[in-house]
Ligand binder design. Sequence first.
Ligand code: URA
Ligand code: SF4
Length: 190
Amino acid sequence: MHGYTMEQLKKECMSCFACELAQTRKNLVFGVGNEHAEVMLIGEGPGEQEDIQGVPFVGRAGQLLDDMLRMIDLDRTKVYIANIVKCRPPKNRDPRDEEQDACYMWLEKQIELVDPKIIICLGRISATTLINEDFRITREHGKWYDIDGRRYTAIYHPSALLRDVTKRPEAFADLRSIRSEIKRICKETY
Ligand code: URA
Ligand code: SF4
């Protein structure tokens, strides 16, 4: 068994000052959903609404993410959702490498505690951190990777799908592939 619970981990994380993003956050955004999920989704970092509410994916991109989950019969009670960085980068700039590196200790423990079978990276930043540092989202979205006993894939970030609706059919195909993979290897999700 693990030495601590998600609640304890969250408590420790809430007072993290390991990178510069601590200086400008309103609220730290730790994670949300089913702590025993077989499927974990990992975004980039909090935006304005998430920073205000302390919950991941509650702005416009979050509404689209909820729609995407619904398309494959999932919702926030069936998955766990977190981000690469837990504090909002000012003006929604990309999180810097040193910020992503500093924050990885929290994500790594979250993944250990949830122990998902499938990890879905939302967008390039998440995929370059978790799958492969040279990951090319336009070319490699929807492909599957085996890493440390888990199945990983990346899909377009919902913000990218808001900006460019022509990407949506590909994202939908990726979601269908995710549903198949969940049905194939997960026992409790559907
Ligand atoms: N975009 C992200 O990557 N994460 C959030 O929590 C919200 C928007
Ligand atoms: Fe700590 Fe991560 Fe927030 Fe940086 S972004 S202060 S590492 S929790």
